[in-house]
Design a protein around this ligand. Structure first.
Ligand SMILES: [Zn+2]
Length: 71
């Protein structure tokens, strides 16, 4: 592998991460759900930055809605 190419890729990757962090500072995307350990589908990872599987994301969404209505 060419060193310059790899350095360039590193830079682009770093920039992409920084942009992602600016948009969603609280989410570090992972391959596996941080709640249940299930693998997060490729399509879901591409669609949004997430560290939750669809099931846990929905659970969290429901819980945050419940908290919101109680307030
Ligand atoms: Zn999960």
């Amino acid at each position: 592998m060419d060193l310059a190419d790899s350095a360039q890729q590193e830079m682009e990757h770093h920039e992409a991460l920084q942009i992602a962090n600016l948009k969603r500072p609280d989410v570090v995307p992972t391959d596996e759900c941080v709640e249940c350990g299930n693998e997060i589908s490729e399509g879901r990872k591409k669609a949004i930055k997430t560290n939750l599987c669809i099931g846990c994301a929905e659970m969290r969404e429901l819980r945050s809605r419940n908290y919101a209505t109680r307030r």
